[in-house]
Design a protein around this ligand. Sequence first.
Ligand SMILES: C=CC1=C(C)c2cc3[nH]c(cc4nc(cc5[nH]c(cc1n2)c(C)c5CCC(=O)O)C(CCC(=O)O)=C4C)c(C)c3C=C
Ligand SMILES: [Fe+2]
Ligand SMILES: [Fe+2]
Length: 353
Amino acid sequence: MSGRRIAVVLFNLGGPDDAASVRPFLFNLFNDPAIIGLPGFARTPLAKLISSRREKSAQANYAMMDAGGGSPLKAETRKQMAALDARLAEALPGDEVKSFIAMRYWHPLTEETAIDVAAFGPDEVVLLPLYPQFSTTTTASSLKAWKSAYAGSGRSRAVCCYPRAAGWVEAQGELIREKLAEAERDHPGRPVRVLFSAHGIPEKLVEKGDPYQEQVESTVSAVAEAAGLQDWAICYQSRVGPMKWLGPSTPEAIQTAADDGVGVVVAPIAFVSEHIETLVELDIEYRHLAENLGVSPYLRAPTVGVAGPFIEALAGAVADSLGRTGSAPYGPGCQARHKACPFQAERGQAEAA
Ligand SMILES: C=CC1=C(C)c2cc3[nH]c(cc4nc(cc5[nH]c(cc1n2)c(C)c5CCC(=O)O)C(CCC(=O)O)=C4C)c(C)c3C=C
Ligand SMILES: [Fe+2]
Ligand SMILES: [Fe+2]
C-alpha cells in the first residue's frame, strides 16, 4: 500500500547542549527508574545528589569536545536522520516519510517530539532505536517514555534491535579493516588485537534478563567473522557507580594487551555515532592509559555514523517493520524472544487473535 504518511522516530539518549545543561541532563538520566531502580521518593533526591556531584567533572569532559561545552550527539543524529530520510524517500516512493529525533534525557525530549509527530498526523509510526542491541536501560526506557507521551494518530510499530543486521555488521567490519590496514602500514608486522568496546551496564540487570550482553556478543561474533579477525576481545566501558558492571572493563582489556605485547584497534560496538564516550573516553582517557602502558599502536575505529550500509540497515528495518519486505534485519536478537522484547507483546496479540 502507498500514499500514507509515515513517521519514523529515532531514539537516542541525548546529551547536553552546553555547560549549563550538563547538570539537568544528568539529573534526568539518574532520575530514570530504568537507570536507578528505586522508588521515586528515594531515586529523585539521589539523582539530585549524583548530578550535582558529577556536574564539574562531566562539564570538564564535555568541554574537551568541539561542541560548545555540550555533546555533538544531537548534530550527529541529525546527519543520520537526513541520510535515512533521503534513503527512505527512494525506498518508499509513494509514501510521505518523515523522520524525527526523540532523545531520552535532553532536547529534543521524547515529550516534545511526540507533539511534533502528532502534528504530522501519521498513518504509521515506526519507532527506531539508535541502539543496535536491546537493553532495558536504553531501548526499553525510550519506548516506555514514548508510549506514555504519544497521543497522536497512526499504527505504531517498534523495531526492537538489530544486533546482526547485515548493513550494520558490514559497516563495522569495513571501518575496522581500514584501521587494521593503517596499523599494518605504520607498524608493519606488529600484532594488533581488536578490542570491541561496548557501553557497560550493571551485571545485576543481565541476571534479571536484560539481553544486552548476549546481543553485544552476537554483534561481535558477526563482525569478527565478516572482517576475518584473528585476535579480538570484548570489553565494557563507561562504568558509573558502585555496582558490579559487565567486564572486563576496557582499561582492563588494554592492560591485558600490554601484558601480551600487542597493539590495539578499539572498535565501539554499541554506539552508532560520535559523542563523549568515544571522543573523550576512548580517544583521550584510554589513549593516555595505553600510551602509559606502552600499547602501540592505539587506534580507534570510527562509529558507523552515516556509512551507506548502516543507513541501508536502518531503512531495511523501517521497511521490514512496515511489512513491505520479506527481509529480517533484526537478527537472532528478536527470534530469541527475550522477555523485554516489545515484539513479544505484538506476537502475543497476533497469536491470540
Ligand atoms: C549502548 C548505549 C548505552 C547504554 C547501554 C547506556 C547505559 C548507561 N549509561 C549510564 C550513565 C551515563 N551515560 C551517559 C552518557 C551516554 N550514554 C550513552 C549510551 C548508553 N548508555 C550515550 C549515547 C551517552 C551520551 C553521550 C553524550 O555525548 O552526551 C552519561 C553522561 C556522561 C557522563 O557523565 O559520563 C552517564 C552518566 C548508566 C548508569 C547506564 C546503565 C545503567
Ligand atoms: Fe550511558
Ligand atoms: Fe526483540
